[in-house]
Design a protein around this ligand. Structure first.
Ligand SMILES: Cc1ncc(COP(=O)(O)O)c(C=O)c1O
Length: 368
């Protein structure tokens, strides 16, 4: 039975809540940024793993979506989303067979950083009798995927141009290192550098005779700056849809724009200071645990502080001026929205203290 219409007090905990007013405001704001900058918005759906929210993003102006994994893209295509970027190197025959089937029913681009992965995609292109469009991932500082910008990437682009069955349409990067920025000035500098690294590399490729039409950048902390740097064609923020305590700490979201919360119940008060709720690392993961004082804030309760998580317990303490009893309910703002949402099958879309609709997290766990 659907929980639509229920009050928050009627929900069993722990429960994942998505505040629909905050969600809609977040989607509209980033869509407006992209429109003002004249770039396409291709949100990353790994944050919410929800086809309903992806459809809201498209309705708000997104030109397509980004997926982390093939399985996530399959779920989104099942729901009718038909312009997909899989921002992950696809390796192995099983994946290539699935990609072929997916590309028969949706427009799919894939990012990669090697000739080996391109050769596999080229075989998919041959089966489909058209080139697979690929974006070449560039390392602008995260040191995850990609070669450095400039000659190392331009050399790879040249090699990829000789792989049959693929077409290199552009460059892509994710400035995940911006999460470590210490202040807004450093964040702004990293965001500009993210785009300039790609634009300069694309110019080098052009001098080498290869025209690239896409410069795809983005993370939530850098997207609002990067969108306005000359040469970018697409931004791919993900976390912006829900936000989290990390975005608040980085100064790119306010607490009232954190759309995702875990509703938890106080199950123990072992000492006058300590309290324990029924949501632990199996609701949040330990991402960010204890790194900064407000890594897991309690909404509307500044006197309550979370200390640590075990699997099913969230342990915190109160300071003077706030108190609570067994049975009280708290809303915790996750440190990292994406890993938190992935732990739930269902989110409750709430407005005005009531569940408006259920949002299945249909692509949760789709790590293949
Ligand atoms: C390739 C890629 N693009 C875009 C994003 C979105 O970044 P954020 O969640 O900071 O918005 C991510 C996040 O991990 C990513 O890996």
């Amino acid at each position: 039975m659907s929980a639509a219409g229920a009050t928050l007090d009627e929900l069993e905990t722990p429960a994942l809540l998505i505040d629909l007013d905050a969600l809609e405001a977040n989607l509209a704001e980033m869509a407006a940024v992209a429109a003002r900058a004249g770039v396409r918005l291709r949100p990353h759906t790994k944050t919410h793993k929800s086809p309903e929210i992806a459809r809201l993003q498209v309705a708000a102006g997104a030109a397509g979506i980004t997926c982390a994994k093939l399985g996530e893209a399959e779920v989104m295509a099942d729901a009718g989303l038909d312009d997909l970027l899989i921002a992950f190197p696809l390796v192995g025959e099983d994946k290539l067979r699935r990609l072929t089937a997916l590309a028969e029913r949706a427009r799919v681009r894939v990012s990669l950083d090697s000739v080996e992965v391109a050769e596999g995609l080229g075989r998919v292109g041959a089966r489909l009798d058209r080139n697979m469009e690929v974006l070449v991932e560039v390392d602008t500082g995260l040191h995850r995927l990609g070669r450095p910008p400039g000659p190392p990437t331009a050399e790879l682009v040249g090699q990829l141009g000789r792989v049959p069955g693929v077409e290199v349409v552009g460059l892509l990067t994710h400035a995940g290192h911006a999460y470590r920025a210490r202040d807004p000035e450093e964040l702004r500098r990293l965001a500009e550098r993210e785009v300039l690294d790609l634009v300069e590399t694309a110019a080098l490729c052009r001098r080498n005779g290869v025209e690239l039409r896409e410069v795809s950048v983005g993370s939530t902390p850098t997207a609002r700056t990067g969108a306005f740097v000359e040469g970018v064609t697409e931004i791919r923020p993900g976390t912006y849809a829900l936000n989290d305590a990390t975005m608040v700490r980085l100064g790119v979201a306010t607490r009232d724009r954190v759309a995702v919360r875990v509703l938890a119940t106080v199950v123990a008060r072992p000492t006058s200071e300590r309290f324990v709720v029924d949501a632990g690392s199996k609701c949040f993961t330990t991402d960010g645990m204890g790194t900064v004082p407000d890594w897991l804030p309690v909404a509307g309760r500044p006197g309550l502080h979370m200390d640590f998580l075990s699997e099913e317990h969230g342990i915190g303490h109160r300071t003077d001026g706030d108190d609570l009893r067994i049975g009280d309910r708290l809303q915790l703002l996750p440190s990292h929205a994406c890993t938190c949402v992935n732990l739930f099958d269902l989110a409750y879309g709430v407005r005005g203290g009531r569940v408006e609709r259920e949002l299945p997290i249909a692509a949760r766990g789709k790590v293949r």
